[in-house]
Design a protein around this ligand. Structure first.
Ligand code: FE2
Ligand code: FE2
Length: 282
């Protein structure tokens, strides 16, 4: 979209992904199987390695035994899953120092992490083949809010004020005031960062599932799962992404039909987020 290119294309300090991620991506492409080589690459980033191991050991993988090394993590969950985790953690961290004044970054983190956990649960409920990918898709889905807040701060401030003044959704206000919404802004940046297409699609269409074009139709299932988890997290108060009025007119997955109570599953997710945060802080 031209307007995004005009507003964001000239931003000087857009984030880039660290070298380690590009190297791991290259290892995946060449089907590297040498575990020492893989571990050596990943461990060049010690802080990320520690966080990956913590995340693999947290509730969302449900492993019986604790993983103690990156090699074990790669063997147990696979290199692509480890790459996805690195990606999720890196993108969230890229925006950690944002100058947000419109939403609490901790609540956005909680919303994103909770949406990741819930997306994974929904994936299991509907027998989707790649639940881990859904976790990362959930983690990243609202990264556009961080893009808007960080790089188009004044316009985003106006959009937030517009939502309150007109008692409408922040999503609609973004479109009215800025000319595009956080889903488009997030997908724009995700594409520039060479993030895998499935995540670009989940970021772009998580509020417009019915608009997925034919060339992205292979991602319709993951998009619908994440959109469903996002709706529940927003309605049931799992964190907060800055949204004040959720438009629930889209046809998404019906958890009731799958025998799941929306409030109960949101409470479980909130408890899992609390337990993960407590573990990380201990
Ligand atoms: Fe969103
Ligand atoms: Fe969201």
């Amino acid at each position: 979209m031209e307007i995004i290119e005009r507003d964001l294309g000239n931003v000087k300090d857009l984030p880039t992904l660290p070298m380690v991620l590009r190297q791991v991506s290259a290892l995946i492409e060449t089907n590297e199987t040498d575990m020492k080589k893989i571990a050596d690459v990943i461990m060049t980033d010690t802080a990320l390695t520690v966080r990956i191991i913590r995340l693999v050991n947290s509730a969302f993988y449900g492993l019986r035994n604790r993983v103690m090394s990156i090699t074990q993590a790669v063997v147990i969950v696979g290199l692509r899953a480890v790459y996805n985790l690195m990606l999720g953690l890196t993108v969230i961290k890229l925006f950690k120092n944002g100058k947000s004044t419109h939403f609490d970054p901790n609540l956005l983190w909680r919303h994103s992490f909770g949406c990741g956990l819930l997306s994974q649960k929904v994936a299991h409920l509907v027998n989707y083949s790649f639940p881990d990918e859904c976790f990362i898709g959930g983690l990243l889905h609202d990264m556009g809010r961080l893009v808007l807040d960080q790089y188009l701060h004044d316009k985003f401030a106006k959009a937030c004020a517009h939502a309150i003044a007109h008692n409408c959704s922040l999503l609609a206000s973004e479109r009215t005031v800025i000319g595009f919404d956080h889903a488009e802004a997030g997908a724009w940046l995700a594409e520039r960062l060479n993030i895998p297409d499935s995540f670009v699609a989940t970021i772009r269409y998580h509020h417009t599932v019915a608009c997925i074009p034919q060339q992205s139709i292979q991602y319709a299932d993951i998009v619908r799962i994440i959109a469903t988890a996002n709706r529940i997290c927003t309605m049931e108060g799992v964190g907060n992404s800055g949204e004040i009025h959720y438009d629930d007119s889209e046809k998404l997955l019906d958890l009731k039909q799958l025998g799941v109570d929306q409030k109960q599953i949101a409470a479980v997710v909130n408890a899992e987020v609390d337990s993960a945060i407590a573990k990380w802080n201990s």
